[in-house]
Design a protein around this ligand. Structure first.
Ligand code: GDP
Length: 296
């Protein structure tokens, strides 16, 4: 296991016997460890730089109060900047629009998109008492539409009947129309993924977005992807009006770097996190918990 940042900073800073303000030199030494800890937590390099600048601004000249050691003090500053960067409050899914409200789910293949679509649908149906329709727009993987139908049965949420031969945009139109006619509050659009971001994927997503005019566009991303998460988030954010991020596999042993990187690059909130394969393993995002993971 990694030595925690707290331990490392104590080693460096607590040798300082004097009290008073942290000097530039003290902070520089501490920042080297902060940088290492962030990189080990898989935070993208470009995000690390901006982050350590913020910590430096706040730490240099800060008075070390009697009740804490300089190491504890820097850890506290790092923790606070982490929580601020991650976003302080859990932001709920926004359904504040005339029904049917469309929620478009985007992301790479295998990120947990279909599972998360069903998890959110279940939550909206059970907790928010909304009438939800799910539609799979994945015409690339033959089993994808069937997978969503089976999940729908498990959670007692309706799915759009499967019609062979339609394009994703045609399915999107059909889903919106079915939702209007059927009096649904919410339509969840589960789109196709790819193994990596490419122009064909982005063009398809942009076309679906234009057709369905979703109120929420949620990027589903695997918490274990670390550094790659930045490129992923940037690519989707450039082409679509992303409204938030859902981070899956937070039950895995990732150290939370993906969350920080994606949030910092897109500025979009992490709205929910997946913590397992079961359909009720979806939780609100707590920045403090991720900050704790990153600090080690
Ligand atoms: P998609 O290709 O993006 O639609 O991915 P799927 O929804 O089919 O999920 C791929 C795999 O990841 C499945 O085995 C899911 O059960 C699993 N999965 C999804 N979300 C989570 C999560 O939060 N934690 C864990 N451990 N597994 C997940």
């Amino acid at each position: 296991m990694f030595e925690s940042l707290q331990e490392r900073l104590s080693g460096i800073l607590d040798a300082l016997t004097r009290r008073g303000a942290l000097s530039d030199a003290d902070v520089q030494a501490a920042l080297r460890e902060v940088r290492r800890a962030l990189l080990e937590a898989d935070v993208a390099l470009e995000v690390v730089r901006g982050f350590t600048d913020k910590v430096r601004e706040r730490a240099v000249g800060a008075e070390v109060v009697k009740s804490v050691t300089p190491g504890q003090m820097v850890v506290k500053i790092v923790h606070d900047v982490l929580v601020e960067t991650l976003g302080s409050d859990a932001e709920a899914i926004d359904l504040n629009a005339p029904p049917p409200v469309a929620i478009m789910m985007v992301g790479l293949q295998g990120s947990g998109k279909t599972t998360t679509t069903a998890k959110i649908a279940k939550r909206l149906a059970e907790r928010s008492k909304r009438k939800v329709l799910m539609a799979s727009l994945d015409t690339r993987r033959p089993a994808a539409q069937e997978q969503l139908r089976v999940l729908g049965e498990q959670i007692s949420v309706d799915t759009l009947p499967i019609v062979a031969g339609q394009t994703p945009v045609q399915i999107a139109h059909r889903a919106m129309q079915a939702a209007r006619l059927g009096g649904y509050d919410v339509v969840m659009l589960d789109t196709a993924g790819r193994q990596f971001v490419d122009e064909a994927l982005m063009a398809e997503m942009a076309e679906i977005e234009a057709a369905a005019r979703p109120h929420e566009v949620l990027l589903v991303a695997d918490a274990l992807t670390g550094q790659d998460a930045v490129n992923l988030a940037r690519a989707f954010d450039e082409r679509l009006s992303l409204t938030g991020i859902v981070l899956t596999r937070l039950d895995g042993d990732g150290r939370g770097g993906a969350a920080l990187s994606m949030r910092a690059v897109t500025g979009k909130p992490i709205k929910l996190v997946g913590t397992g394969e079961k359909l009720d393993q979806l939780e609100e995002f707590h920045p403090g918990r991720i900050a704790g993971r990153i600090l080690g």
